[in-house]
Design a protein around this ligand. Sequence first.
Ligand SMILES: Cc1cc2nc3c(=O)[nH]c(=O)nc-3n(C[C@H](O)[C@H](O)[C@H](O)COP(=O)(O)OP(=O)(O)OC[C@H]3O[C@@H](n4cnc5c(N)ncnc54)[C@H](O)[C@@H]3O)c2cc1C
Length: 388
Amino acid sequence: MAFRGVDYLCIDSLFSEQELLVRNTARKFVDERVQPIIRQHFRDATFPKELIPEMAHLGFFGANLEGYGCAGMSNVEYGLIMQEVERGDSGLRSFVSVQGGLVMYPILEYGSEEQKSKWLPKLQSGEAIGCFGLTEPGFGSNPAGMLTRAVQDGSHWVLNGEKTWITNGSVADVAVVWARTPDGIRGFVIEKGTPGFNTSLIHGKWSMRASVTSSLSFSDCRVPESAMLPKAKGLKAPLSCLTQARHGIGWGVIGAAMDCYETARSYVVLRKQFDDKPLASHQMVQEKLAWMITEITKAQLLALQCGRLKDQGKLEPAHISMLKRNNAAMALECARLSRDLLGGNGITEEYPIMRHLMNLETVKTYEGTDHIHALVIGERVTGVAAYK
Ligand SMILES: Cc1cc2nc3c(=O)[nH]c(=O)nc-3n(C[C@H](O)[C@H](O)[C@H](O)COP(=O)(O)OP(=O)(O)OC[C@H]3O[C@@H](n4cnc5c(N)ncnc54)[C@H](O)[C@@H]3O)c2cc1C
């Protein structure tokens, strides 16, 4: 069934015709191609790789980047794509976020001409899949403590260490990996099959089941000097990639929230209890819907303002912290309230709500947890860093 959208406050009137065209194209793709298959993939814990060529053809990968075959869309257009894709599933949106924001962006921004021309066209066309290795078993919220080391040996770098929770890790053709060097933290572009580089799938996830998550290990992994991202120096380089991806997450989760809200709203007007009256006729049920539509509307306005600021080059990481933190928490609460309104039916896979709810638990945690973004905002408004 075609999704009719959630727009309480005529927010569509704030988008250009081109932005609405992009959104509606992504919406149709999700309705026709994602919705019919995603439940089975989630149940089987498989990524829907059959969708990669179509997403590439629609320009989703690196959509807001310029050159090397990228679509060169605005950040608002990109955000609207992410919203629709995450309405399908957060795992699918994670794939698009990682490919564009965490792999193509650092190669474009910090890579050599050789790295750009080798990888960007292939990543844009979906011929190659990428992953981004920052998190380690002992260092998640605090990547500055990373233990993965790269030391120079003649014209090569030798990497040792372990990364974990890496989206696309086991299926990636190329990994952007961050390691400590005598010169500070540096990024490396490492090809699948490089001796000493191994991946293993993380099993047993109750969240992001339609997404591949892996550990990466480096054991005397030798890469040529040309594998280093020449312009990425220090932790601010990987953090700048996260800024790109978090902007997409801030938009994406609105899609998951819309799907939960709309599922619950259409359910309560039909489902009857007590004197053959619909659930929608009860005040406590309406209060939950009122909360959700109000919070979704506020989240839409927050995302739109961030997208517009990003297009003007004025969006700061602390703004994105507010966007990611608020919108992920909002979507998770919408999923919980919607699940409640469906009663027992809410826990089944027949409805998308429980899947979104489980996925959004990851979204609250990855790309900077709710707490860490609160600390970024706190630092911004007080001038005092409270991380340690
Ligand atoms: C499905 C999935 C996919 C992922 N994909 C990727 C990927 O592609 N690449 C990648 O590099 N990483 C990825 N991650 C890792 C993710 O970014 C980390 O899980 C996240 O940064 C949190 O780190 P952690 O899990 O080690 O939790 P921890 O850092 O141990 O945090 C645990 C809890 O402690 C809190 N906490 C920590 N420090 C503080 C503090 N100073 N003050 C208050 N509270 C604090 C946190 O907020 C959290 O509630 C992924 C994770 C998941 C689950």
